[in-house]
Design a protein around this ligand. Structure first.
Ligand code: GSH
Length: 209
């Protein structure tokens, strides 16, 4: 049995799209960050780090989008989440690692600057730099997509499920996403996938407003 813990609009949308794309039956367990539900003692039993996503597989929990999406791709190869070609697979994992270790933290500095500095001036500076760095990362994603339909190879993969999260966050930060033609085309291509649309609508994503 599979249970996905996620918070609408958070980075967990990547794993939510991923599990939906496999077509497997699973239980959805929303953990609302806005209400602090990730910090409860009950959720600490699932993920002691107090973060979403988490995927419970028959009582064994996987955390981190990169790990969850890789697991789903290995277990459900027909989903295409992990490319069959070993180099494409490595590129997919590499893209997810970069999203997790660089792109996500840049947005976090913009959104949660108070976690990275003390004092109003220092916090404001971290916030401003976070926004600039996040935008530079979005531009890099756009450049990586030059002449391509998908992030990796010529097919949808887990990297696309992850990338679209940042498009939504960019809209929330009121960044000029429409100027990123390649990334916007990827977003539009993703919205044509019924399972992606189902997840985004259920999460009331900014991407479908
Ligand atoms: N690298 C982790 C990041 C997980 C993470 O930071 N999740 C955020 C939501 S985007 C969260 O749970 N934040 C709650 C908190 O920090 O209190 C992953 O990709 O799964």
């Amino acid at each position: 049995m599979l249970t996905l813990y996620f918070s609408p609009g958070a980075c967990s949308t990547a794993s939510h799209i991923g599990i939906e794309e496999t077509g497997v039956a699973y239980t959805e367990r929303p953990i609302l960050i806005a209400k602090g539900e990730q910090k409860t003692a009950e959720y600490a039993k699932v993920n002691p780090r107090g973060k979403v996503p988490a995927l419970d597989v028959d009582g064994r929990v996987i955390t981190e989008n990169t790990a969850i999406l890789s697991y789903l791709g290995r277990r459900f190869p027909e989903s295409g989440l992990l490319p069959a070609d070993p180099i494409d697979e490595a590129h997919c994992i590499g893209a997810m690692a970069w999203f997790s270790n660089t792109v996500h933290p840049s947005y976090q500095r913009y959104m949660r600057a108070e976690r990275f500095a003390e004092g109003d001036a220092a916090i404001a500076s971290v916030k401003e730099m976070g926004k600039k760095t996040f935008w530079a990362n979005l531009e890099e994603i756009d450049a990586l997509l030059t002449g391509r339909q998908w992030c990796v190879g010529d097919k949808f993969s887990a990297a696309d499920a992850y990338a679209i999260v940042f498009y939504g966050w960019g809209l929330r930060a009121e960044l000029p996403l429409a100027t990123l033609a390649n990334f916007t085309a990827l977003k539009d291509r993703m919205l044509k996938r019924p399972k992606v649309m189902k997840v985004l609508q259920s999460e009331q994503s900014v991407l479908v407003k």
